[in-house]
Design a protein around this ligand. Structure first.
Ligand code: ADP
Ligand code: MG
Length: 241
């Protein structure tokens, strides 16, 4: 049995009268890629934001047995790089920012690390001097990934990282994420609203609906024999990549 990196116990988040996450318990294993799937509004992002402590749960608990510094070791890549990157800040500065915030490197060492990070996401070093609008959607998402990797995290939440991209670009970014995971031995919580993307990258899959965790199983098991009617419905509308 692989030891858990993060354990979520009876997590609840209410926004006024809306219960966005309703009594979710699950654990994220060291080194796995856990898929989190569910229709829009099912509470996926809210769960993710609680896991990296961007928001506090209403009730329930999150334990981090495999993490010592949550802010540094747990990072998130958002769906829309257009809105997650400041349009007035050059790409190199955006990637280097977490290094400054966490004081991980002396200022003079940051440009070299930025170059290394750009190389990791397969972009040329001169992109450091560009602004986000000078990049394509896929390139901007690579910048989001480089920025998330800057602080050498062990855990990445990918919140619909390819949903805003053209289908032809999606596969490239997914391949990159898969090879980065293997190379850097990362643990992923990979959020998507459809199962084809999850099938490409994940080991286990959790299904959410209306704030609740409906089903959690190994990918092969879930794809072959889903227990819940809702999961069957999701599978029926899934395209194979
Ligand atoms: N900051 C917020 N304030 C009020 N309601 C929110 C907030 N964030 C999310 N919600 C609500 O919580 C529910 C779950 O949203 P979300 O976690 O974004 O779902 P998903 O990521 O699965 O699309 C939705 O009903 C959404 O409107
Ligand atoms: Mg979301």
């Amino acid at each position: 049995m692989v030891s858990p990196l993060i354990e979520i116990e009876h997590l609840v988040k209410q926004f006024g009268a809306v219960t966005a996450v309703n009594d979710v318990s699950l654990s994220i294993r060291q080194g796995e890629s856990l898929g989190l799937v569910g229709e829009s509004g099912s509470g996926k992002t809210t769960l993710a934001r609680m896991v990296i402590r961007l928001i506090e749960p209403t009730s329930g608990k999150i334990n981090y047995p495999g993490v010592s510094d949550i802010r540094r070791e747990c990072q998130i890549v958002f769906q829309d790089p257009q809105t997650s990157l400041n349009p007035r800040i050059k790409v190199g500065e955006a990637i280097g920012e977490p290094l400054l915030i966490h004081a991980l490197l002396p200022k003079s060492a940051i440009p070299l690390r930025v170059k290394e990070l750009l190389d990791m996401v397969k972009l040329p070093a001169e992109y450091a001097g560009r602004y986000p609008h000078e990049l394509s959607g896929g390139e901007r998402q690579r910048i989001g990934i480089a920025r998330a990797l800057a602080s050498r995290p062990k855990f990445l939440i990918l919140d619909e990282p390819v949903s805003a991209l053209d289908v032809s670009i999606q596969v490239d970014v997914l391949r990159l994420l898969r090879s980065l995971r293997d190379e850097l031995k990362l643990t992923y919580l990979f959020i998507a609203h459809d199962l084809s993307v999850i099938g490409f990258i994940c080991d286990r899959v959790a299904v959410m609906k209306q704030g609740e965790l409906l089903e959690l199983a190994d990918k092969a098991e879930l794809f072959a024999a889903p227990k819940m009617p809702y999961t069957r419905k999701l599978l029926a509308s899934t395209l194979a990549f």
